[in-house]
Design a protein around this ligand. Structure first.
Ligand SMILES: *Cc1c(COP(=O)(O)O)cnc(C)c1O
Length: 343
């Protein structure tokens, strides 16, 4: 009754090694649901890759990785005064992110000489210090903390090199020797390194590392039941009717994160009107599902249930057997799998 993530281990590990060897200073990011693979597994892989630092998203994620990865742990969410004090063994390993001048004083009042990175605001406008705040805060950080560099989080739009270069001048102004950075291509990283040879660049990578070779990953559900459906027969929680063909009941539902996001494509009003004009299944209010049979996406018969989904198979489509596997196209970071198998 499950939604399973299956990883071709050899291919996945080869990809991890390729990324690590082509990305000097790599800092793997393990956060959230561990990119679908689980935080603990990513922490063990980070140790296997031989990196010195692993980044996590939040303080709450530290316990799950700290026992599996022995190196430094960078917390990406900026420190705030309500963060509980760390256990002494973690105090030595954790690098805090400081994004407001006042937080540095509050943190150093609680922990002696904490390891910190100073976050510079970017065009993301999520967290960070202005240039003036960075320059004011850096000397204080050098006196009262162990400053590990400046951190910059860039958008995912690509073409971030110009912004990175502008912000590097602030890094230099703050007399920092290391910059922690995200979302630059390998070429952009090389070009930045060439322009600033004295600064150590630490690229943070999550998606491109763990999920960078999609061919190494597959997600499968199982056909739990198949029923013929004649026109006029009603079905499901909502007792819809009007369609005919087959109902396929597949494992996987809202508890796994199935179908919470609008399926891509025909979601807009205009798209729906176009489909309705063509007389597709969408005229019945059914939406494309992430389940795939014989390479073609299937449609939901009604919104997904908690642990199962009802799919509508139009006449003329091959009818799968109970127990048959269906491919499922999901967002790994938003899906909870019942099992993850790495071969
Ligand atoms: C999530 C995150 C990353 C990694 O992002 P990916 O797109 O998964 O590579 C890097 N830096 C920060 C600050 C993040 O929050």
């Amino acid at each position: 009754m499950s939604l399973d993530l299956i990883v071709d281990g050899e291919r996945w590990r080869a990809h991890l090694r390729t990324v690590a060897s082509s990305t000097p200073g790599l800092v793997p990011v393990a956060k959230g649901n561990g990119y679908g693979l689980g935080l603990g597994r990513l922490a063990r892989r980070a140790e296997w890759l031989g990196v010195d630092t692993l980044a996590v998203g939040t303080y709450d994620e530290l316990p799950e990785v700290a026992s599996r990865f022995p190196g430094s742990l960078l917390v990406l969410t900026p420190w705030r005064p309500w963060v509980a004090p760390l256990a002494p063994d973690l105090q030595r390993r954790v690098i805090h992110t400081i994004s407001r001048p006042a937080d540095l004083g509050a943190l150093t009042a609680r922990q002696q000489a904490p390891r910190v990175v100073l976050e510079r605001m970017t065009s993301m406008r999520r967290h960070g210090l202005s240039a003036a705040e960075l320059w004011d805060t850096a000397p204080i950080a050098r006196r009262r903390a162990r400053i590990e560099g400046v951190t910059i989080h860039l958008p995912m739009t690509g073409g971030n090199l110009a912004e990175a270069r502008r912000l590097m001048d602030d890094v230099v102004g703050a007399e920092a020797s290391t910059v922690w950075i995200s979302h630059l291509t390998l070429d952009e990283l090389r070009s930045l390194q060439a322009a600033y040879p004295d600064i150590t660049i630490r690229p943070r990578v999550g998606t491109g590392l763990w999920l960078g070779d999609r061919g190494a990953l597959s997600v499968t559900a199982k056909v739990l039941d198949v029923h013929p459906l004649s026109r006029g027969e009603s079905y499901g929680y909502r007792q819809r009717h009007g369609a005919s063909g087959h109902l396929v009941i597949a494992s996987g539902g809202t508890a796994h994160g199935i179908g919470l996001a609008a399926p891509s494509g025909d979601a807009g009003l205009r798209g729906r009107a176009a489909v309705a004009a063509k007389g597709g299944l969408e005229t019945l209010g059914v939406l494309r599902s992430p389940y795939v049979l014989d390479g073609k996406p299937l449609h939901f018969a009604e919104p997904p249930h908690m642990q199962a989904s009802m799919l509508l198979l139009p006449r003329g489509t091959r009818v799968p057997e109970v127990g048959e596997k269906l491919d499922v196209r999901v967002r790994y970071t938003a899906t909870t799998f019942d099992s993850v198998t790495v071969s």
